[in-house]
Design a binder for this molecule. Structure first.
Ligand SMILES: [Zn+2]
Length: 460
């Protein structure tokens, strides 16, 4: 009894002491990240978009022989552009030979363009978009009017000659020139920031998204096979237009889609983007969405999710479907101030993640969440595994019915916390790792593991 009381008292004292430190630090932004976020340039974003538009099509099945038109010219320009930013950036094609399947009508070489900014550790944070485009004859407006689903991702009619390059006009300035320009611009500002990041940052321009997330799926497959530690993917697809096709304008918010279940790492990443994007870019509201993507539609972040990686999808708040997958997806449909705000939110989140320690693990050797009611039977007893580089940990909790964290406390460099008389059945708990300068990881939540269904045996 005496031991227990001492333990409780000691841990509460620790928690209380660091809690005061936390409130002093919470408002403090890292001036280097403030500067990085401010380096996002509307002018640069505009110049990149105009250049991407100049290739007329970036279809993954378009010609590769021209130096000015088609996907061959486009990928070479993206590679050269990112190479020009800094000697620290390792820029390369991530190349695959893809057999005919689904929307791929002939054997084709597909190349993601990736720029890697090596950090002190191999764990990787991705910022991505897809540079390939598609436009359907007649445009999406016609399909929407005639089709039963109005689904801009619906399959296209097969071409007359499957071996001919698909060279019809497909400017794709918003889908997904916007995500591509954002990614390229962040490659520039991160590589020129002079900041020494802990995580390795990867600025990835995917290919083949319009054929079924091909470039992202291929890269994610490779990451699994080669055990590449991808910690988080911030994917941007259609993030440059603030005017809905219905006339409603919203240039002040961005949607961030995250697959479930409720406290999956991707959901925690979305909460993280809301928290840190909101602090560094308070003029832009992050709207986390508790679903994999928009209704019936897909994007590259889901390719990473399917192979077990943590990934979210940024989407503009008000879409104009008549411009998507259509010859009308031109520069006129872009709001540069809006795209720049979305780039700033990405920059704040990626920089904070890459400076912070990795999120701590909360599972035991036997894969059980390390949360219990001990010692009284009515307490919240939390344990976690140390995260490399952590100087402290921040504990979060909320009522078990509710999407956003309600309470937080910063504790020191310990791996356990006892909260007396907090019933673990009533709250969701999570823990983030924090470095000495206050950079915080996303949260790892304590989640009840799913129970296997064992059918009842009947009879003798
Ligand atoms: Zn897209």
């Amino acid at each position: 009894m005496t031991t227990r009381t001492l333990l409780v008292f000691f841990l509460l004292a620790v928690a209380g002491g660091f809690s005061r430190t936390a409130s002093a630090q919470t408002g403090d932004l890292d001036p280097r990240i403030v500067k990085l976020v401010a380096a996002v340039s509307e002018e640069r974003l505009g110049a990149i978009l105009k250049k991407l538009e100049s290739f007329e099509t970036r279809s993954s099945l378009s010609s590769t022989t021209s130096t000015t038109r088609g996907i061959g010219a486009a990928r070479q320009w993206i590679l050269d552009e990112m190479k020009s930013y800094s000697a620290k950036l390792q820029v390369s094609f991530d190349t695959y030979q893809v057999a005919p399947q689904g929307r791929i009508t002939r054997p084709v070489e597909m190349r993601n363009v990736m720029a890697m900014l090596p950090g002190r550790s191999p764990r990787r944070i991705y910022v991505s978009g897809h540079y390939d485009t598609v436009a359907r004859p007649g445009g999406q407006g016609a399909s929407n009017a005639g089709g039963p689903s109005g689904d801009p991702d619906a399959a296209a009619a097969p071409p007359a000659d499957p071996n001919a390059p698909l060279d019809n006009l497909a400017p794709g300035v918003n889908d997904d020139g916007s995500g591509t320009a954002l990614t390229i611009e962040l490659a520039r500002i991160f590589s020129q920031s002079g900041i020494d990041f802990d995580a390795t940052l990867v600025f990835m321009c995917h290919v083949g998204e319009e054929q079924g997330l091909m470039g992202a799926r291929l890269h994610a497959q490779k990451a699994v096979a080669e055990k590449i530690p991808i910690e988080a993917v911030l994917n941007n697809d259609i993030v440059g237009n603030d005017r809905g096709g219905n006339g409603i304008v919203d240039g002040a918010t961005i949607r961030v889609y995250a697959e479930g279940p409720e406290d999956s790492p991707s959901r925690e990443l979305a909460r993280f983007v809301q928290r840190w994007g909101g602090r560094y870019v308070p003029s832009h509201k992050v709207r986390p969405m508790s679903r994999p993507d928009r209704f019936g539609r897909g994007g590259d972040h889901s390719a990473y999710n399917q192979l077990g990686f943590t990934a979210v999808g940024f989407r503009e708040s008000r879409e104009n479907f008549t411009r998507q997958h259509d010859v009308r997806d031109t520069f006129e449909g872009i709001s540069l101030p809006y795209l720049a705000q979305n780039a700033r939110v990405n920059a704040a989140a990626a920089a904070t993640l890459a400076l912070a320690p990795p999120p701590p693990g909360v599972l035991s050797d036997r894969n059980q969440p390390m949360i219990s009611r001990a010692p009284s039977g009515y307490d919240a007893n939390l344990k976690w595994n140390p995260a490399p580089g952590a100087a402290a940990y921040r504990i979060f909790w909320r009522e078990a019915w509710g999407p956003d964290w309600q309470h937080e406390v910063l504790v020191g460099n310990v791996t356990a916390l006892l909260l007396p008389n907090m019933q673990i059945d009533d709250y969701v708990f999570g823990v983030a790792a924090v470095d000495a300068a206050g950079h915080e990881s996303f949260v790892t939540a304590y989640v009840t593991p799913p129970r296997a269904n064992v059918p009842v045996r009947t009879g003798q």
